[in-house]
Design a protein around this ligand. Structure first.
Ligand SMILES: [Zn+2]
Length: 473
């Protein structure tokens, strides 16, 4: 009898014991922790149940019993990248339509971001409500694809630019705007997005300042940051005065001036996503990366075929009329060269002035590619004069700070183990962020771009993580 009781007790204790912690040790690598601190050679870190339990010099490592150890001697570890301006789930090959926004398509995009080492994305205003389920699931566990931060359905002015046809409900008065922001807040958005643009005066109306003021004010009442799509310097100034928290694009109509820079500094306004790679993409008749395996592995065969076609080249060169059903011509490509250089110049001025910057690409829509563009964006930031260290910082800890999420964005004890392991040193050459050996999200290893070959058999793709990247700029 006594024996039986003991056996029952033992069984009960076993059942009550927590599952053994899953622990992985990475050691021997050079660590670039994302905070901007000097690199730490011969570092080590301990990941327990998806979080960084310890990080420091390999010499001081006390590996827990039973831990799996990965020797990363000669490799480089950076935090998972965060892209602060994306759109997900809206594309099938090169066709954009909200009807493609399904759970499968959204997850396929989030996996593609992850494959490129982008472990977090801020979606700016084009999500259907199913994003909230995905986000909830991610936040209640350890995700296997990029973390989502969402602005739900962004605020579009009636008849004006922005949003996705069939999703965003336009507003035309301050009252409607406040009500719309209230609805988004009730859904649990992370941010409020607004569009203020007239596509180079090809659209007869643009969001009015009384409406933007109402949106920003209402967002702040809900303790939400407001982020704006802009193009013009004058609008940027007005929005800063109205209290906007961040810009989703660079000023592109003319050089920024001291008035804007000093206002942004004084108010702590962010340039969250300069989208330099977006402006670059628009200016190219022939994309120079169409045969680069770092690119081709992450896009569908249908996308590749369309991008390589003569029809696309002609469309870009001649300046297409987009959205042919609209009652006015939208010729948008005609002076994109000027736009990309204006954006680069203004980015340079903002960095020099000490304006807070994040990294964002506006990838998702046609011509801007999930994950791939994040690496290009950092290359363009360096082209504009930033150090590789600062480019990495803006894409990691700075973006986490913008998101207000201190559980990600740097390789420090207590944070989620969202990591990218590189074969080559990104501080020697920012293009080395492409030499991805492995990616972890909450300690889960996920397939990298060098392991996937989207919608094709694995053997159909070429290239390796060890190849020196060969980009044209
Ligand atoms: Zn966008």
């Amino acid at each position: 009898m006594r024996k039986l009781k003991l056996a029952l007790l033992a069984a009960a204790l076993l059942a009550a014991a927590p599952a053994l912690a899953e622990t992985t040790v990475l050691k021997g690598m050079t660590l670039i922790d994302g905070t901007g601190k000097p690199v730490q050679p011969n570092a080590a870190l301990v990941m327990t149940d998806g979080k960084i339990a310890w990080v420091g010099p390999a010499a001081q490592l006390k590996a827990p019993a039973g831990a799996r150890t990965v020797d990363l001697t000669g490799k480089f570890v950076i935090p998972g990248l965060i892209d602060a301006h994306v759109h997900i789930g809206i594309m099938h090959d090169v066709t954009q339509d909200i009807k493609y926004y399904t759970r499968d398509n959204v997850e396929a995009d989030l996996k593609t971001y992850a494959a490129y080492g982008v472990t977090g994305v801020q979606v700016l205003g084009t999500d259907k409500d199913l994003v909230f389920d995905i986000r909830k699931q991610e936040r209640s566990g350890r995700p296997h694809y990029a973390r989502v931060y969402t602005a739900g359905q962004g605020e579009v002015f009636k008849g004006g630019y922005g949003g996705v046809f069939g999703l965003n409900v336009p507003v035309s008065t301050p009252e409607e705007a406040r009500k719309s922001v209230d609805e988004q807040a009730a859904k649990g958005v992370d941010f409020i997005k607004l569009w203020m643009d007239d596509e180079r005066k090809t659209i007869p109306v643009k969001m009015t300042y009384d409406v933007s003021k109402a949106i920003i004010d209402e967002a702040h009442k809900h303790n939400l940051k407001a982020v704006a799509h802009i193009f013009y310097l004058a609008d940027a100034k007005e929005l800063v005065r109205e209290g906007i928290n961040g810009f989703a694009h660079m000023v592109r109509d003319q050089p920024v001036d001291n008035e804007l820079l000093s206002m942004m500094k004084a108010k702590g306004t962010w340039m969250v996503s300069a989208t330099l790679s977006r402006e670059m993409a628009y200016s190219l008749a022939i994309m120079p990366w169409l045969n680069d395996p770092f690119f081709t592995r992450g896009v569908t065969p249908g996308t590749l075929a369309a991008l390589r076609s003569m029809a696309r080249e002609q469309a870009v060169v001649l300046g297409p009329t987009r959205f042919p059903g609209l009652p006015y011509e939208k010729k948008v490509f005609w002076d994109m060269d000027r736009t990309v250089f204006q954006a680069l110049q203004n980015y340079q001025a903002m960095v020099k002035a000490g304006v807070k910057t994040g990294m964002g690409t506006d990838s998702g829509p046609n011509g801007r590619f999930p994950g791939f563009n994040a690496h290009e964006e950092m290359q363009l930031e360096v082209l504009a004069g930033r150090s590789p260290m600062d480019a990495i910082k803006s894409a990691t800890s700075d973006n986490a700070s913008w998101l207000g999420d201190n559980s990600v964005g740097s390789v420090e004890a207590g944070k989620w183990a969202d990591l990218v392991v590189l074969n080559k040193n990104p501080l020697d050459d920012i293009r080395n962020t492409q030499t991805i050996l492995s990616v972890y999200i909450a300690g889960n290893p996920v397939p990298t771009v060098w392991q996937i070959c989207r919608d094709r058999p694995a053997g159909a793709c070429t290239g390796s993580a060890l190849n020196a990247p060969d980009m044209p700029y």
